[in-house]
Write a protein that binds this ligand. Structure first.
Ligand code: ADP
Ligand code: MG
Length: 460
């Protein structure tokens, strides 16, 4: 749509937000964003880093969405994505403008036209920073790394499928893109999709009666990279379709790589026969990195950012942040942003202050099941106790299913635990309830918005 007016709208939105937000927040997170396009459903905003995108989604989604709605006088959804300007400016790589899935499940995944239309993706579709070269290898990720390399070098020949699992922010998406990059640059037909994209694509093909084209699209690729399979819709039909896609690809010796936040056995909402397929090949997990690897990662990220950070600061960050490479990177980014803002170098002192702020943040955000129940009951205006009770007006039953979905996805509780928490319900009831939300969330904008704003309340 009209670029000028997109810019103007975004300028007006920023003007409003500037009045509402503390100055450092605005300067750090919003000043450097652009409104890039919009259509009748959504307004697309670009931010400079994956970290900024994640932060905006998590902390600002509601405020921004409301302001966009106010300025445009339309009920638009807001989608954040990472700006990919540099390469395009050099003219060396032409990017497809693809929305990359960098934070599992957030808005911004699944809006990718290019991926939907072309049978295979060009090298440029893969995030240029996520390569094998930029992946720091240590004992915690050695297996997954080697397997990913083997698969990229000889697709379909070594481990098929390769199933990589880990907690968030430990490099699964990075490795998938690295495989994609490597295989596509050798001319292989590669396709990267998040399971949400796969689901959307499938649903669209049913609606448009283009299921045959859908089938061709997926079955013609030589390497299929499916990210975050835990978000695959609970719908039977989607599983069925993936099951057939899987079999076709596997039978023709084509490579399949799947990632998940948990091993196949723990994927509660997945069909049994699909789960057993996943166990045919190699299961590789990634553990949180040890101290040395964390330091090596920080050094490499600082180098990529083109900033000098002292070894003592690197060590300080590496010692404080343990579990998650994304947070490690995020802490470094926050320090770099702050240092640039204040035109001061990063010292052990300033670094330590920022780390304390970040820790305070995470502690405040540590979530427990009660917090989720409370957020759900506030959002739907039903009493927390009615979520646990027997009664089931439609409204309460719906709120309860959203709670089931969030408890499983955000806290990784098992359906049995969730059932127990929710007044002694059967685990099958929980699987059904959470699966229903899981299946509808891709199609139902209202529901998606409900869930996002509950999540925002939970993590606020
Ligand atoms: P996941 O998909 O497992 O949630 P990502 O692949 O999105 O995690 O990784 C989060 C961030 O951490 C990315 O910016 C990624 O480049 C970085 N990262 C993770 N592991 C490594 C590693 N071993 N070396 C370098 N960067 C890493
Ligand atoms: Mg990921």
């Amino acid at each position: 749509m009209n670029e000028q007016s997109t810019r103007e709208i975004w300028k007006a939105v920023l003007g409003e937000l500037q009045l509402q937000l503390p100055r450092p927040t605005f300067e750090t997170w919003l000043k450097n964003t652009d409104g890039v396009s919009y259509d009748e459903d959504q307004f697309v905003v670009e931010a400079p880093t994956p970290f900024a995108v994640a932060w905006l989604e998590r902390r600002m989604y509601n405020a921004i969405q409301k302001t966009v709605e106010k300025v445009t006088e339309r009920p638009l959804d807001v989608v954040f994505r990472v700006r990919q300007g540099h390469e395009a400016e050099n003219g060396s790589v032409t990017l497809t403008g693809q929305t990359l899935e960098l934070e599992s499940g957030g808005p911004g995944s699944g809006e990718n036209d290019t991926a939907v239309k072309s049978p295979a993706q060009p090298v440029a579709a893969f995030y240029p920073k996520y390569t094998f070269d930029s992946f720091v290898v240590g004992p915690s990720n050695q297996l997954a790394y080697s397997a990913a390399r083997a698969v990229a070098d000889a697709p379909g020949k070594s481990y098929n499928p390769l199933f990589i699992y880990s907690g968030v922010g430990l490099g699964k998406t990075h490795l998938l893109h690295a495989i994609g990059h490597s295989a596509a640059s050798r001319g292989l037909a590669v396709r990267y999709v998040t399971s949400e994209q796969f689901t959307n694509d499938f649903i669209t093909s049913i609606a448009n009666r283009t299921t045959e084209a859908f089938r061709q699209r997926y079955r013609s690729v030589e390497v299929l990279l499916l990210d975050d399979v835990q978000f695959m819709s609970g719908k039977e039909q989607t599983h069925e379709s993936f099951f057939h896609t899987f079999n076709d690809l596997h039978n023709s010796g084509h490579q399949i790589v799947i990632t998940s936040d948990r091993p196949p056995k723990a994927l509660a909402l997945l069909q049994d026969r699909l789960r057993s397929r996943f166990e045919w090949g190699l299961l590789a997990d990634i553990q949180p990195p040890d101290l040395e690897t964390r330091m090596a990662i920080l050094l490499s990220k600082a180098k990529n950012l083109g900033v000098r950070v002292g070894e003592n600061v690197i060590e300080l960050i590496a010692k404080r942040v343990h579990n998650n490479v994304r947070e490690l990177e995020g802490s470094l980014n926050r320090m770099v942003a702050q240092a640039e803002l204040m035109s001061e170098p990063i010292t052990v002192q300033s670094a330590s202050r920022i780390l304390e702020e970040l820790t305070a943040d995470t502690e405040r955000h540590a979530i427990d099941p009660e917090r989720i129940l409370e957020a759900v009951s506030n959002h739907f205006r039903v009493g927390t106790d009615s979520l646990l009770a027997r009664g089931r007006t439609q409204k309460i039953a719906h709120a309860r299913q959203v709670a089931m979905y969030l408890l499983i996805n955000e806290l990784e509780m098992t359906p049995t635990q969730v059932g127990r928490l929710l007044g002694g319900r059967d685990h099958a009831t929980v699987i059904h309830g959470a699966g229903k939300i899981n299946g509808e969330i891709n199609e139902d904008t209202h529901l998606r918005r409900d869930v996002l704003s509950i999540k925002e309340a939970i993590f606020a």
